[in-house]
Design a binder for this molecule. Structure first.
Ligand code: HSE
Length: 443
């Protein structure tokens, strides 16, 4: 391809951590990759500290701690935001948009929480905000949902979209260890952050499924409406019961259309039957199962994090924007009619909010583990309380003891979550029930 007539597109990169470094490495090594990469020029790179040792060679003149000067630089057309976190990322993105720059970001937290503000500003300014790297690392899922799968009526998106928790659960399954010990080891090995809250409490997966739900169901999602339960309470005992019952425990992020057109968006540990494809996704890998009409099921699988994988998604977004810049109307056209000048398959095309179904309105099957006094009639009382609230039991077993407490495991049929909670509220009051250490949904 003759690139002589192709305009060079200058980019500014905010952040030179793992993903920023991976992005620079791809851009500095374009041979054998898409030819349009050769039109991209790194104009400025913003960092917190100039003196830090780096894995890339960049002329010192390109590197600055003045991030504001990058997002306002008139020569720069695209800003790559790989700072992470809410601030200063949000303010810098908004300022860059105000200055007419397209955005490529890996920042799921800022998009999930401030997507409304950011996309409204972007549509007004006639610029793109691209976020392939924000969900599933290197797995292409954002553009497929917008484009290749866009003609399908999506029924459900189910993801294993947090590598840290999938790594911990996989090791608990393989080794039989407890959560705290494996988390400590994962931190030492660099698979978990020093502060693992966002990952192990399901918040990172919550940000990501909010983004996927918004694309799959064509509307905005209030992040606070996404219910998130993490994996801290999962014990070696639950993992062992899951195995005996022919399941594995996975942290699933689910967005699905339910009754009345509302959408349920949630993250929780789930018993997944061993014969389902998602059950085989192990270690730090991610997978997203998309179910729609008329396509049926598609599962996307791959590395959900890491420098190269995430940078691959960042640079693919850069290419998509460059492709449009190279073939689109002039900047004057965009300024005169901002949102209509945007490519409809790359821009955000919805601005209404989706109605979110409350958890209590859903139907689900549950695994519940009780610790009880070993006295006559306990199983009968459990059965009566569940029955009184329309909770049908699929199996109930007393297999052993934890100390002097008898352990009873119940698996229900599909029941209303509201009915199930009402039954549990009564069961908690029974003298013979010492505690309910685990309640886990079954897929
Ligand atoms: N912390 C994330 C995970 C990676 O464990 O999957 C970046 O999204």
């Amino acid at each position: 391809m003759n690139l002589k007539n192709k305009v060079v597109v200058k980019i500014g990169i905010l952040g030179l951590g793992t993903v920023g470094t991976g992005t620079v490495q791809i851009l500095q090594d374009p041979v054998g990759r898409h030819h349009l990469l050769q039109t991209l020029e790194i104009a400025r790179v913003g960092v917190r500290s100039i003196d830090k040792q780096r894995d890339v060679d960049l002329p010192l003149a390109l590197v600055t701690t003045d991030l504001d000067s990058i997002v306002t630089d008139p020569e720069i057309e695209i800003i790559v935001e790989v700072l992470g976190g809410i601030e200063p990322a949000r303010s810098l993105i908004l300022k860059a948009i105000e200055h007419g720059k397209h955005i490529v970001t890996a920042n799921k937290a800022v998009i999930a929480k401030f997507g409304d503000e950011i996309f409204t500003a972007a549509n007004r300014a006639g610029v793109y905000v691209m976020l392939e790297a924000a969900v599933g690392g290197g797995i292409p899922v954002i553009q497929p949902l917008k484009q290749s799968l866009g003609v399908n009526r999506i029924q459900r998106v189910t993801g294993i979209i947090n590598g840290t928790t999938n790594y911990i659960l996989t090791r608990m399954t393989v080794e039989g260890g407890e959560f705290d010990d494996i988390l400590a080891d994962a931190k030492n090995l660099g698979y978990a952050e020093a502060d693992p809250t966002a990952d192990v409490d399901g918040l990172d997966a919550g940000d990501k499924i909010a983004i996927l739900a918004s694309l799959a169901f064509g509307g905005r999602i209030k992040r606070d409406d996404v219910s998130c339960e993490g994996i801290r309470k999962i014990s070696a005992t639950d993992i062992a019961y899951a195995d005996k019952l022919n399941f594995v425990i996975k942290l699933l992020a689910i967005a699905e259309r339910v009754e009345d057109g509302a959408v349920s968006v949630r993250v929780h540990p789930t018993f997944v039957p061993k014969d389902r494809p998602l059950a085989t996704v192990n270690g730090v890998y991610n997978a997203i199962l998309i179910e729609g009409d008329p396509l049926g099921q598609v599962m996307l699988f791959g590395p959900g994090a890491g420098a190269g994988a995430t940078a691959s998604a960042i640079v693919s977004d850069l290419l998509a924007i460059v492709g449009v810049i190279q073939s689109k109307p002039s900047r004057e056209d965009v300024v005169n009619s901002p949102s209509t000048a945007l490519h409809p398959l790359l821009s955000c095309s919805h601005d209404g909010y989706i109605s979110i179904a409350p958890l209590a309105s859903l139907r689900s099957s549950f695994y519940v583990r009780f610790l009880c006094m070993d006295v006559p009639g306990v199983i009968g009382k459990l059965g009566t309380r569940f029955g009184a609230h329309n909770v049908s039991i699929e199996s109930i077993v007393q297999t052993g003891f934890q100390g002097d407490r008898a352990e009873i495991v119940v698996v229900t049929h599909d029941v209303s979550e509201g009915d199930f909670e009402s039954a549990l509220a009564e069961i908690r009051k029974l003298d013979s029930i010492a505690s309910i250490p685990s309640i886990i949904r079954v897929l």
